[in-house]
Design a protein around this ligand. Structure first.
Ligand SMILES: [Zn+2]
Ligand SMILES: [Zn+2]
Length: 268
């Protein structure tokens, strides 16, 4: 078998094009079959053909979940949103406008293990050519903050749903005094002769706080929804205990709001 011999897909049997092979731990998969996997799934190359087949069966079942999914709440204002079906206590995370066509994984709130927002910072200091013809650091640092939301879930095929809420770019620092004409340092304060708009080092832009608030709100709603589902489950699982009704003295199993089945009064 030569290096460039044609391969076929171990899932659908179709021929795999020259650059189209999606390698598995013990087999090969075509692009079309790979596109049906969950977007949250990682590490295909180390996954067995058997596990991939299991996942594709789960993904097919998920299509039915998507068909029955009716979002009543949408969170996030970037390209990726969390949509919640409040009646069914389920949610999806999607970037697609026609999300039903992309078979987004429908997650139950009781399969949520946690949720957090992480802000990644990458910084670099600008350089400019000075009057001496050399390249100098300007003293101005460009900071890019990437707001990521991470929802940890219980699922056979992936552990977390990670998506970006947005990015914010901010400048910090002050322009080095040798640079022509922009900023002079005079004591603790500064007079800005140049571009303006620079901000103090402890403050962030409105955009930054807006994204931070969105991330915190998604976390709050996801964790509260999870807690509600868990407490409803715990309530439903409680053994039904008969009591003597305070009102009528009958032996009764109070209903879900504690009323006596005989007299309708508060049993305890
Ligand atoms: Zn295939
Ligand atoms: Zn009673």
């Amino acid at each position: 078998m030569g290096l460039f011999s044609k391969k076929s897909c171990d899932i659908c049997g179709g021929e795999i094009g020259l650059l189209g092979n999606k390698k598995l731990a013990d087999g090969n998969m075509c692009k079309n079959c790979a596109s049906k996997l969950s977007p949250w799934f990682q590490d295909r190359k180390h996954t067995s053909l058997a596990d991939i087949k299991d996942q594709l069966a789960y993904r097919e079942e998920n299509e039915k979940e998507v068909a029955n999914f009716n979002p009543s709440l949408s969170l996030g204002n970037g390209s990726t949103v969390v949509m919640i079906d409040e009646d069914q206590n389920k949610f999806i995370v999607t970037s697609a406008r026609k999300w039903r066509d992309t078979n987004p994984d429908v997650i139950k709130f009781d399969d949520v293990l946690g949720c957090e927002m992480k802000i990644d910072l990458s910084s670099y200091e600008d350089t400019e050519q000075g009057p001496d013809g050399e390249t100098h650091k300007t003293g101005i640092v460009e900071n890019t903050y990437t707001f990521n939301e991470i929802i940890r879930v219980r699922n056979d095929f992936f552990d977390e749903i990670r998506f970006t809420l947005g990015k914010v770019e901010e400048e910090t620092g002050s322009r080095n005094s040798f640079m022509p004409g922009l900023k002079l340092k005079i004591g603790p304060g500064e007079i800005n002769f140049g571009g303006g708009g620079s901000q103090g080092s402890n403050e962030h832009s409105a955009e930054y706080y807006n994204l931070a608030n969105i991330g915190a709100e998604i976390k709050r709603i996801i964790m509260e929804s999870r807690a509600q589902v868990k407490s409803a489950q715990a309530e439903a699982a409680k053994p039904k205990v008969a009591v003597t009704c305070k009102c009528c003295g009958a032996t009764t199993i109070p209903d879900e709001i504690g009323r006596c089945e005989f007299c309708g009064g508060k049993a305890e």
